[in-house]
Design a protein. Structure first.
Length: 398
């Protein structure tokens, strides 16, 4: 039986974290390869920036249904099925490249399909984490989960950048499919189902998680602020590869290296976030991140070479990592056990929907502004959001 005090205390917890790391490797590979594929085939910065939006739009389309399924079915079963479907969809582009370059529409469709499987995996993962560490220690569980993702996001971009240089971006995506297949295998050999107390059939609805979020002052405040901040600054992530490749002029190996090293910022954030939250308070940490993160986006906007770009991306991921871990932990500790998956995936659905919109908006601006100017505009917008939002966060009760 899994020890509730640690994600690493038992074999099944380690397998769960290993599967999450493999999923993150797959994400890291695709973060480099998918936009690079579009740019290499003559696509615009706007088209490359929209790739990320297409991978997260499924959270808006399927989020509520996935949350309901995650609360009703065994998380292990949902995660295995999700990873298998992701692996099959990820194999489409590598197979297509045997005959020629895939059209932009196929790249978008593949990204959407892989993202759709990830929605259900993530929904089930919320219930799995809650069953392992308990709702009151969700921040610690989220920290372990984020650390696993950081390891994957360290290896994934580095692998993706090296493979893009060696075999091209289309064939590189075979590594994404392999990582997802291994994730399905890891979850499949877990002994327990990460069971939780499910609601009887016919009770509740997929909208119950949203209703709870609207009536809980803390969750509602965090959600609104996260939406506005994402609309203002999500393009900083969506346009990262076009910025590094064309705005700064780095090679695929350098881009992969920067994104891999920057994941150390996320790993450091995962380790530091629980202690910062306990020592300073979750509200104070989130407010500080909202005010400081625009400075990292501005640094990316003025970066002129590899060293400054590396520092900018590393700081950006460090702040973003602390913000994400603490915000998710604060949200989930306010949700009852029976609604963990629904509140978790509904929150992620709403947040990622705004991230997709913010990424699309920033991508559209590249038609009128240089990509560096777009980053400076996002820095100004997120600074205004942070200064206006921080007082509301600080007034929340812990």
């Amino acid at each position: 039986m899994l020890l509730r005090s640690s994600m690493l205390a038992a074999r099944d917890g380690r397998l769960f974290l290993g599967a999450q790391a493999l999923d993150a490797i797959a994400i890291g590979v695709s973060l480099v390869a998918l936009p690079w594929l579009i740019l290499q085939n003559g696509g615009s910065h706007a088209q490359a920036g929209l790739v990320y939006s297409f991978t997260i739009i499924p959270y808006v389309v399927f989020g509520l249904s996935a949350g309901s399924i995650g609360d009703r079915l065994a998380p292990r079963t949902v995660m295995v099925c999700g990873h298998v479907s992701q692996a099959l969809c990820a194999a489409v582009i590598p197979l297509w490249t045997i005959a020629g370059a895939p059209p932009v529409g196929v790249v978008y469709a593949a990204g959407f399909a892989v993202g759709s499987g990830r929605v259900f995996v993530d929904a089930a993962a919320f219930g799995a984490v809650a069953s392992i560490v308990g709702r009151d220690h969700f921040t610690e569980g989220q920290s372990a989960l984020s650390a696993a993702w950081s390891i994957g996001l360290f290896a994934g971009p580095a692998l993706g950048g090296a493979l893009v240089a060696a075999i091209g971006p289309g064939r590189t995506l075979a590594a994404e499919a392999i990582a997802l297949a291994l994730a399905a295998l890891a979850i499949g050999v877990i002994h327990v189902s990460f069971s939780h107390q499910a609601e009887p059939a016919g009770k509740g609805s997929v909208r119950e998680g949203v209703r709870f979020m609207l009536h809980n002052r803390g969750i509602a405040t965090y959600t609104v602020i996260a939406i506005v901040a994402s609309l203002a600054g999500a393009g900083a992530f969506a346009l990262l590869v076009p910025l590094l490749r064309d705005g700064i002029g780095l090679s695929s190996g350098e881009v992969g290296a920067i994104m891999a090293i920057s994941s150390l910022g996320t790993l450091s954030a995962s380790i530091a976030a629980p202690g910062l939250s306990r020592r300073l308070g979750g509200n104070q940490v989130v407010a500080a991140c909202l005010v400081v993160s625009p400075l990292t986006i501005a640094l990316l906007g003025i970066a002129g070479g590899f060293p400054v770009a590396l520092v900018g991306v590393l700081c950006y991921f460090l702040i973003l990592g602390v913000y994400s871990v603490v915000l998710i932990g604060e949200r989930q500790r306010r949700a009852p056990d029976r609604l963990q998956a629904r509140v978790g995936i509904a929150g992620r659905m709403i947040l990622l929907g705004s991230i997709a919109a913010g990424g699309a908006l920033a991508s559209a601006l590249t038609g009128a502004l240089s990509i560096s100017d777009v980053y400076l505009a996002m820095a100004a917008g997120t600074l205004v959001v942070g200064m206006c939002s921080a007082p509301f966060v600080l007034r929340l009760d812990d």
